[in-house]
Design a protein around this ligand. Structure first.
Ligand code: PFF
Length: 450
């Protein structure tokens, strides 16, 4: 059966794909800006602690369930239940995950379309086509539809090509390019005047903020979003993993890579903001807070690139290439969640399922584009603030309470024979049963109350 479903061909292929899913706009845009508005390195510290204490165990729950079931998220969760009610709830959680993954993809596609439009701007500058450049960087429904659909088709094309030939091949090609671009940009930005001030803000912790509830809630939400948790992405990627690989080890590598790239992205974005200030640009809004939202990426940074002269054209191109690649390797993982279910539950083949689902999701993106003020923030909040933590709790409950302990052990032991005596197995089962759901729920209810 696994042959028919497709599999990652190697450990590296899986790590590239899962890290590709995890490393996205959340790392390069979300993490640095959240850090900047939450007391600098204090946020970084809390984030890393939560990533390993809460997000990693939840990631393990998804990987274990996925590889055990060797199936899509709905079949995997409903298959764990022994009674009709738990099977029914499992299917419900699976469908909820699919809806949330699809909705995340619908807004992610719009944002990725902006990145691609801005990627084109330096090209128009080199060609002397100024008008075209202005059109690319001016918000319009037409521009958003053209570039959003371009990005959506790219995502569909990769997913339609399958696990090994699509997801694995493109993640393995694009992730090294992403890391290379990120490092080159950091080296350049750190040589600019003003960068060191940003580096200080980023690296010196304001320890008084460590216990700030807002900081903790933001850090947990960011960790879950960054590791693509709750919506079944990691569960499905786990289901394509061979039984010879050690899940706890691979999960830890993915968590390390994700945290590492988020941290590294901070070394680029925060110093860049301060270089912009040094070059005379405004980096605080009227309320005196650091500009962090879309205007940071689409106004402050492009103005910074403009102020760098000829080099700025290359820097701008490299930056938006970095953003576009980060978005693409994440979006393919989101599309795989509904597509894997459609392939396994209907008679449609992979290509048909991909285009049917992909076009449906793009229809949602189109609805958002036409009703932007009404829907954009609403969809982001519904999916990332409310749904992802709740789904995370449900997945921990399924791994900790519904899945039989012997089956859990059998699954983690595959590829890691001595696991029974390890530190991981001593704490993780209890942890995923009690600590994770309770802590996630406490943080979640605090964020509701706030
Ligand atoms: N992890 C991605 C990021 O940091 O941008 C976002 C994401 C990808 C969320 C895949 C959910 C998902 F299923």
């Amino acid at each position: 059966m696994s042959g028919a479903r497709g599999q990652f061909s190697s450990k590296t292929g899986f790590v590239m794909a899962a890290a590709g899913s995890a490393v996205g706009l959340g790392n390069i845009w979300g993490f640095p800006t959240q850090t900047a508005s939450n007391g600098g390195a204090a946020f970084v510290m809390v984030y890393f602690i939560l990533a390993f204490l809460l997000a990693y165990p939840a990631l393990m729950a998804e990987l274990i369930i996925g590889r055990h079931a060797n199936a899509n998220v709905v079949s995997a969760l409903s298959g764990l239940g022994r009674k009709p009610l738990t099977r029914f709830i499992g299917a419900g959680v699976g469908y909820y995950g699919i809806i949330v993954a699809s909705l995340i993809l619908s807004f992610y596609t719009i944002v990725a379309g902006w990145m691609i439009a801005y990627l084109g701007e330096p090209v128009t500058a080199v060609l002397g086509a100024e008008e075209a450049g202005t059109w690319l960087t001016t918000d319009s429904v037409t521009r958003n539809l053209i570039f959003g659909s371009g990005f959506a088709f790219l995502t569909m094309w990769i997913i339609g090509s399958g696990i090994e030939n699509g997801i694995e091949r493109w993640s393995t090609r694009l992730m090294p390019v992403l890391i290379g671009l990120l490092l080159c940009l950091i080296v350049y930005v750190l040589t600019q005047d003003g960068a060191m001030e940003g580096l200080k803000v980023y690296l010196l912790p304001d320890l008084s903020r460590v216990t700030d509830p807002k900081l903790i809630i933001d850090a947990l939400g960011q960790a879950f979003f960054s590791l693509s948790l709750g919506v079944g992405t990691m569960l499905v990627y786990g289901s394509y993993l061979s039984k010879e690989e050690s899940l706890p080890r691979l999960g830890a590598i993915v968590t390390f890579v994700d945290c590492g790239i988020a941290f590294t992205a901070g070394l680029l974005i925060i110093p860049a903001i301060y270089v912009a200030q040094h070059n005379g640009l405004t980096i605080y809004n009227d309320a005196g807070e650091l500009i962090a939202g879309p205007s940071l990426i689409f106004q402050v940074l492009p103005s910074l690139f403009d102020s760098m002269g000829a080099a700025g054209t290359f820097v701008g191109f490299a930056f938006f290439a970095l953003m576009s690649i980060a978005a693409l390797t994440s979006s393919i993982s989101m599309l795989e969640v509904p597509v894997s279910m459609t392939v396994e539950k209907t008679k449609l083949n992979r290509k048909q399922s991909t285009y049917l689902i992909g076009l449906t999701i793009f229809a949602i993106s189109t609805t958002i584009i036409f009703n932007f003020d009404l829907l954009f923030t609403f969809v982001i909040d519904f999916t990332t603030k409310y749904s992802e933590p709740l789904l995370g709790v449900m997945l921990c409950i399924f791994a900790g309470w519904v899945m039989h302990r012997d089956k859990l052990l059998a699954e983690v032991s595959a590829g890691h024979p001595d696991i029974e005596n390890s530190f991981f197995w001593k704490i993780w089962p209890t942890y995923v049963r009690f600590v994770c759901p309770v802590l996630i729920l406490i943080t979640f209810s605090q964020s509701m109350a706030g």
